[in-house]
Design a protein around this ligand. Sequence first.
Ligand code: ADP
Ligand code: MG
Length: 328
Amino acid sequence: MLNEFELIRRFFSRPPADGTVRLGVGDDAAAVTPTPGHELLLAIDTMVEGRHFFADAPPATLGHKILAVNLSDMAAMGAVPRWALLSGTLPDSDPGWLTAFSEGLFALADRHDVSLIGGDTVRGPRSFTVAIAGEAPAGEALTRAGARPDDDVWVSGTLGDAALALAAMQGQITLAPAALTALRVRLEMPEPRVALGLKLRRLAHAALDVSDGLIGDLGHILNASGVGADIELSRLPCPSALKALLNGAERPLALRCLLAGGDDYELCFTAPPAARVMLLMLSDKLDLPLTRIGVITATPGLTVFDEQHLPLPALPAAYNHFPNGSRS
Ligand code: ADP
Ligand code: MG
């Protein structure tokens, strides 16, 4: 078994992605040089075994995902991700497990030129935290607060994939093996929409990443912007396996996955109708579906219209770690 410092050196010390890192892993703190005229965007996310991932999840996917969820926050803000810190709580120093985990993490970091500049390593029940810093020209980061009445509401990619995979893995529903394999990739290896977020800086009024389900997350934009929205269920982009369930006995589960599933890591944003042509060109260029799902209204409140254009009477609730302020 490796000791703590061998472990850090062997698995988490890599040359930085660029010359912005003066001091990386190995000192008491890292030292980096931000780009003049830019501001730093900072975010942090934790994944806990049993809550965010199964104990037998492939370690490479965990390394990927803990960075991906943080990159997704950078994407939502229109920031260029640059520097990451990793805190790992590990039950042991199993080299095979750590090799796969760090390969998953660095493969994604390399694709985005993100440097791992430090962290912390302790023993305990398995959990991971990544803190990330990105940059945007001062004052230009996207926020949740800019949505205006008559904006279109857009979403990237498809929704509900990850939640449907999870429902199948938990035995709530049976899917064809090929369908489950594809959906599992979306649950375990989400692709953060960083390139899209950067382009949206000039096109969108408000944006966020959908991590806790569309209804709850779009609700954050509506609250922050003091507006409402009308959404068309039939326009929501979703995988074909989910679409099939929507028309059958499993419709309630399909609606939950689609509207409140979580783990989508797509971007939801609002933009004026004048941006439609540009956004469709961008969708082509990025080879990423961008779908107009509804419109922002001056009257607060979120209404989802079904296939017959009737408002859904009850919307499924978003995931909440502390529902009603629960105590354990
Ligand atoms: P300190 O005791 O000063 O907090 P540590 O002994 O925890 O420092 O860590 C030594 C160095 O290794 C530091 O530069 C720290 O940032 C880095 N480090 C520790 N754990 C990790 C990790 N999991 N990933 C990346 N860097 C790490
Ligand atoms: Mg120290």
